[in-house]
Design a protein around this ligand. Structure first.
Ligand code: FAD
Length: 305
């Protein structure tokens, strides 16, 4: 493996893999750098029902592996390493990783975002088994069941309203006694009979056997403990884009998202961003894949200029 490429892609989720498929198929020498297993966040979804082309649905893990297989067929190289920095040296963009430095004419950043975690007992164990970070993705699995949503901002209330279409009861658990969500969302949630609010309440643990059965709660004011029987819990306490390694190099908004135009170009020539990592992404696999393809097409144009 030499260290010189035409395109380097950081992140092997749907955005990065799709970008890699397009750049390698365009005969550009391409390297995908992924710090974990390829596939990205979608590998956490047991069944993806909204990715076109799979009428019976497909496991997120398999979807990631298939796109990787497809891109590798056209010559995409994959390096398991973490990108820790990015430098500009004349025409070259230098990606610094835990396995050395790699240069390219164009870089596509597709390092995604991570759901903020509660960091409580049972959360990791039951992820994909009743613990979810995406109501759009997993809501239909909870038809006529009781579910909880943790959080009080726009994301939590949006998740609760979406879940009310499927679940019999939606309990919104918020550690404060007022919402952070916009008024219009609050009004909608308060008008929805299936949604109930547990104010001043913190979730201390998630219990179950193979799948989620109950939550251990604590009143934030009195400290009183209680349990809540649920079939699922949706955690919506915010997202954290994976952009710490890019600070000072690219324009990033206050929350850490990369600002791009419709060509997925950042303000820095030859550096593109795609998928959940960019501001205003719809945060779905199909939109991430579309961003990746767009970034690849404009990266190719940039290189051939
Ligand atoms: C539980 C769950 C279920 C979901 N279900 C669905 C669904 O049914 N349908 C749907 O459309 N969407 C679903 N989503 C959302 C979907 O997974 C994301 O929108 C999509 O994966 C975003 O793709 P991405 O490529 O932009 O980023 P990601 O998938 O986040 O991929 C980013 C990749 O970059 C890597 N990375 C990060 N930083 C670095 C670094 N410094 N160096 C190297 N690598 C790095 C990460 O390890 C990761 O693999 C779900 C998400 C979750 C969490």
């Amino acid at each position: 493996m030499t260290n010189e490429y035409e395109v380097i892609i950081i992140g092997g989720g749907p955005a990065g893999l799709s970008a890699g498929l397009y750049t390698s198929r365009a005969r550009l020498r391409s390297l995908l750098i992924e710090k974990g297993a390829v596939g990205g966040q979608i590998t956490n979804a047991e069944l993806v029902e909204n990715y076109p082309g799979f009428p019976q649905g497909i496991s997120g893990l398999e979807l990631g592996q298939l796109i990787h297989q497809q891109a590798t067929k056209y010559g995409l190289e994959t390096l398991q390493a973490e990108a820790t920095g990015l430098e500009l040296q004349g025409e070259e963009r230098v990606v610094i990783t835990t396995k050395g430095k790699f240069t390219a004419r164009a870089v596509i950043i597709a390092s995604g975002s991570e759901r903020r975690k509660l960091g409580i007992a049972g959360e990791e164990e039951f992820t994909g088994k009743g613990v979810s970070y995406c109501a759009t993705c997993d809501g239909p699995f909870f038809k006529e069941r009781t579910v909880a949503v943790v959080g009080g901002g726009n994301a939590a209330i949006t998740e609760a309203l979406h879940l009310a279409k499927f679940a019999s009861r939606v309990k919104v658990i918020h550690r404060r006694n007022e919402f952070r969500a916009t008024r219009i969302l609050q009004e909608k949630a308060l008008a929805e009979a299936k949604i109930e609010f547990l104010w001043d309440t913190e979730v201390e643990g998630i219990e179950g056997k193979d799948i989620v059965k109950r939550l251990n709660l604590s009143n934030a004011i009195t400290g009183e403990k209680s349990t809540l029987e649920v079939a699922g819990v949706f955690i919506a306490i915010g997202l954290k884009p994976n952009t710490d390694y890019l600070k000072g190099i690219l324009p990033i908004d206050d929350a850490g998202y990369i600002i791009t135009n419709e060509k997925m170009e950042t303000k820095v020539a030859g550096i593109f961003a795609a998928g959940d990592v960019r501001l205003n992404s719809a945060r779905q696999s199909i939109t991430a894949a579309g961003d990746g393809a767009t970034a690849a097409i404009y990266a190719e144009k940039f290189i051939s200029r």
